[in-house]
Design a protein. Structure first.
Length: 256
């Protein structure tokens, strides 16, 4: 009987791991790295909007490759956990740790963002509408680039915190978790999926729309701002608020 191509691939993969376990041959390890390096690239691109002011893509990819090498050493095929699942969680965690160690000042980020939010509330009440980015910057007497940096830092901090929580939940449940677009494989923890689904359903309409467009449709925040006819900072704020709500529910779940 001729084996199907899919079955042949599975056998080849298993043999590759078995050969490496038996020999710890660097050449075999390099083959495994080459096979799964695409995971690093996918994750690095996903976080690009966060780390671009703190490091180059090449630095992030290198950090991911180092994490991949470590994962290969620690992976145990006998535990019946899909390698892509285990590796993705660890690579993502390593990249997040790397970004956190760069020129990152959470207290200042939160303080600056609060000043911007207070100014926007004041101007909104005064103008009877959401203020434009330029109007807020002018009110605060700061350059528009500095204003955008404050928004980007606050957004990046929120997204990193949310990704860290997802990582913790994923490790706890041995799954690669994406609450917005479920993976093809069967979820191992239906309860966690339900927590996230319920949390998303409880968001307000604008938050649901931003989350859907950003994660499901993979539309950039700048383009979402154009679709919703609001400022870039307003979209970032809506997204950040949604992540805070989702993150709070994940935290409560992890405490159980």
């Amino acid at each position: 009987m001729i084996l199907s191509e899919k079955y042949q691939t599975v056998v080849t993969d298993n043999e590759l791991w078995e050969q490496y376990y038996a020999s710890r041959d660097i050449k075999i390890r390099n083959k495994i790295i080459e096979k799964y390096s695409y995971l690093v690239k996918i994750i690095a691109l996903k976080f690009r909007s966060i780390y671009q002011q703190y490091g180059d893509v090449e630095d992030i990819v290198n950090e991911g490759i180092i994490a991949l090498m470590d994962v290969i050493e620690k992976y145990d095929i006998s535990k019946n956990i899909k390698f892509e699942t285990y590796a993705s969680i660890r690579i993502k965690g390593s990249i997040i740790d790397y970004v956190r160690k760069q020129d990152w000042i959470p207290r200042k980020v939160k303080s600056d963002y609060k000043i911007v939010k207070d100014a926007e509330v004041l101007l909104s009440n005064k103008l009877g509408r959401d203020p434009k980015d330029s109007e807020v910057a002018e009110y605060l007497k700061i350059d528009i680039n500095e204003y955008n940096q404050i928004i980007n830092n606050a957004y990046g901090n929120s997204l990193l915190s949310f990704e860290e929580l997802l990582g913790e939940a994923s490790i706890r449940n041995n799954v690669t978790l994406n609450p917005f677009n479920l993976p093809e494989q069967e979820m191992e923890d239906k309860e966690l999926h339900k927590v996230l689904s319920d949390s998303i359903n409880n968001l307000n309409d604008k938050e649901k729309l931003v989350i859907s467009l950003y994660y499901k449709e993979e539309i950039k925040l700048k383009e979402i701002a154009e679709i919703m006819n609001i400022s870039n900072s307003r979209v970032s704020q809506i997204h950040t608020a949604a992540l805070h709500k989702l993150g709070k529910n994940i935290k409560n779940y992890l405490k159980r």
